[in-house]
Design a protein around this ligand. Sequence first.
Ligand code: MN
Length: 240
Amino acid sequence: MNEQTSLQPNSEAKFAVPPPTLMTIPVEGSAKLFPVRRIYCVGRNYAAHAVEMGHDPSKEPPFFFQKNPDNIILAGADFPYPSKSSDVHFEAELVIALGKGGSNIPQAEALDHVFGYAVGLDMTRRDLQGEAKDLRRPWEVGKAFESSAPCGNIVPAAKIGHPTRGEIWLDVDGERRQTGDLNQLIWKTPEIIAYLSGLFILAPGDLIFSGTPSGVGAVERGQTMRLHVDGVGDLEVRVV
Ligand code: MN
């Protein structure tokens, strides 16, 4: 949790216990902060990644899981290797940041709900996620752990538009490990928002991690991950 960019609700005295800190992410080129309400993640949204995880990439309905707002670590922060795992994977992703919410949002109006985009990492305890899959248990211990959501600054759509193509890649210690193109997303941004808003009431401050291209793999302490999305930016995160 980054102290400089955290905001506390006022009137702390009325709370029986200390209130949770609101997670905020800097907005590129602005003094304003993006307040994070919920984090949704799309599973298997690039065909080549679905195949590498042993699944059929045909266009079945998207599925979602969640992380917690305070799982985010901001640009410049290190990623602490988590407990209870010895197989921690990187997943480089385009992150969609919502400026407006709603239910049953039509695809044609979905992009009006996007405030901006960021580059992010869906860090995964792959061993614990694998156990959960085998046992038909939920994925939280594999996906929603402390510091599991490194996220770069939010870049407003007003500046960059809505990226639909362009490279997404990730290097570990300067070696290319993941490569893809946003045009390979199975479910595109408007479809994700339309589908998700039929399941949940979306709101300003929601983030959506849109899925990762193929090439996911393990990192070790001491390694540095660098990821890039064309038109959005870069993020460098060291594993400690
Ligand atoms: Mn992912």
